[in-house]
Write a protein that binds this ligand. Sequence first.
Ligand SMILES: Nc1nc2c(c(=O)[nH]1)N[C@H]1C(S)=C(S)[C@@H](COP(=O)(O)O)O[C@H]1N2
Ligand SMILES: [Mo]
Length: 439
Amino acid sequence: MTDKVRTRSNSPAKTGDVQSQPSSRRRFLSHGMAVAGSTLAAGVAASAATAMAAPLVIPESNKSTGKPMPATEYGLPSKFEKHVVRRRTDVFVNRQNWSDWSMTPLQHQPGIITPNGLIFERHHAGTPDIDPATHRLVVHGLVKQPLSFSMDDLARYPSVSRFYFHECSGNGLTDWLKPASNTVQQTHGLLSGVLWTGVLVSTLLEEAGIDPKAKWALFEGADGSAHIRSIPIEKLLDDAMIVYAMNGEALRPENGYPVRAVMPGWEGNTSVKWLRRIKLGEEPWHFRSETARYTDPMPEGKWRQFSMVMECKSVITSPSGGQAMKGPGFYEVTGLAWSGAGKVRHVDVSFDGGKNWREAKLEEPIMDKCLTRFKIGWNWEGGPAVLMSRAVDSTGYVQPSVQDLQKTRAIVGFVQHHNAIQPWIVSAKGEVSNGIGKA
Ligand SMILES: Nc1nc2c(c(=O)[nH]1)N[C@H]1C(S)=C(S)[C@@H](COP(=O)(O)O)O[C@H]1N2
Ligand SMILES: [Mo]
């Protein structure tokens, strides 16, 4: 199935007039007028003009009452939106789905927030079924007073709600040197935007009292993988959270119900789900996810550990792989940018494979360690094109190309932390495909 590229509703595709306007600014203006419904510049949009000339048909939905409201209901998306779903990876075909992942359909996400049913999932041993009435979170080790919190206890602590991006460090790992995935859901969908609500870890540690010798803490989950990570104390005293809610409701079971950790801007693996205990110690523990996994090969044959900050990255979500352009004309090119080191400061977009770049508009709000939406107008003349986006964050870090990354990292096989520029190839016919390693 091919997805259609998202264009404005009255998109003036395939019109000589739009293209004959002398500047892209003029094209924007004439298009804006058509959308606003004022004077339609002659021939701007053949389809829109036809619609306005015909008498307006009264739709069936105007002629009767609709479906009555049920007494109680958990609302679901329209039946016409059934294609907007999470998908497991197409590249690794797995017979089991315990250690597996599903991906967010970024090509269908407007704005910067991912609805709860579309947030990507990654678990190492399936989703446990945990009763909040009996679940406990224990804080122990190098603390003055070990504490055990019920979920009701946690709900009584001062809470915070914060928007952050959420990304697995394996995002993009199948597509380093040549394309293996077709869509942005498959290349970049281990990424979501979430409003997390819970308690700062620092609040709980203050209650337990930190032994001055404590420099690290382990976070362990109550799932079948007993997933566990070492986190430095600086992060815990900075912005680390214990969360029980996401996007205005309790965590979903697959995302850590009833309680999980969130390490803002850090690889998703450190945000331990189904959190059972936090133990303070003097040193990191060097767990499996810090040695055998979630490390990065370096050129001299060494492996880098604890590369937890997700570096600045961006991707164009429309047009993107698997979509089809609807003919020459105006398109709003849009995508997402984010950085685990701070805010997104700037995004440039290229339409010719990186020879020339134009500055995209960043949409407010632009928040720390959060997805930022960028947009830029493009008049597609109908020929082949290669679209790329390149983000810069508030530290001045510039999103690299794969070639740039290869200077400092060994890109061998399915390695983690792929934040390189993603090219999308637009063919003369308007088909959009993954250009990684080709452009
Ligand atoms: N207990 C536990 N926590 C876990 C995992 C897990 O398998 N078990 N997976 C980790 C990984 S690799 C990622 S990317 C994130 C995914 O969180 P999500 O499923 O809510 O998107 O959870 C992390 N926390
Ligand atoms: Mo992950």
